[in-house]
Design a protein around this ligand. Sequence first.
Ligand SMILES: N[C@@H](CCC(=O)N[C@@H](CS)C(=O)NCC(=O)O)C(=O)O
Length: 228
Amino acid sequence: MKLLNTNLSPFASRVRLAIHAKSLPVEIAPAGMWLPNGQKSPDYLALNPIGKVPTLILDDGSALPESDTIVEYLADAFPQAGLRPARPQDAARGRLLARIFEQYVMAPGWSGLIGQLFAPSRDEAVVDATLAKIHEGLRHLSHFMTDEPFAVGDTITTADCALIPFLTFQNRLARFHGKNDPSAEHPRIAAYLDRVGRDPVVQTLLGEMRDGLVGSRLAMLLQPDERA
Ligand SMILES: N[C@@H](CCC(=O)N[C@@H](CS)C(=O)NCC(=O)O)C(=O)O
């Protein structure tokens, strides 16, 4: 199996966290280097016409796009790895946490913040309105989070694979716009990020995401002390 990857992508990072945390036998290949012209090349689009990263190439050569689907596939393909909690109610809460983030935080929030990255001048009203939606979604997320070591239980599961890269990337977006980390305003989420940030595998992932930004078109998301 081969993951067509870009390190800075929070979506590809979702899959890499699953691979790293469970030492899954999946080769990680740069989407932009493996194929000429990267993810918009005819070859890549033939595999994944959506043209987004990541894509997982299965052993039979077929292509699986979409980070949530890929992680769920890995959980099914390697059941012994424990990517999905064993108890149905725990597995459901894990899916719920990832879904709340995608549906009620990312969907109403990210296009506004990302669009403003490239705007000739920042529209504060758009940024503030977008952040208000993000905070509403984070309040919903917070409601269903617990004080367990990871999102569900004491090991990394599919929910962490979504929440850790997404929350971290979102904090970078808000910082670029001169705002506080959205996660910092939600104590349960802030405590979660603090806890998981001490895990060596998570540290590796966050380092990869940071390094992936260097020299990229999103390099403006690096903090001044990360640019050296
Ligand atoms: N829903 C997709 C989103 C993937 C996505 O948006 N990837 C970005 C990289 S962070 C991308 O490939 N963007 C290029 C584009 O949209 O043309 C997933 O979960 O995998």
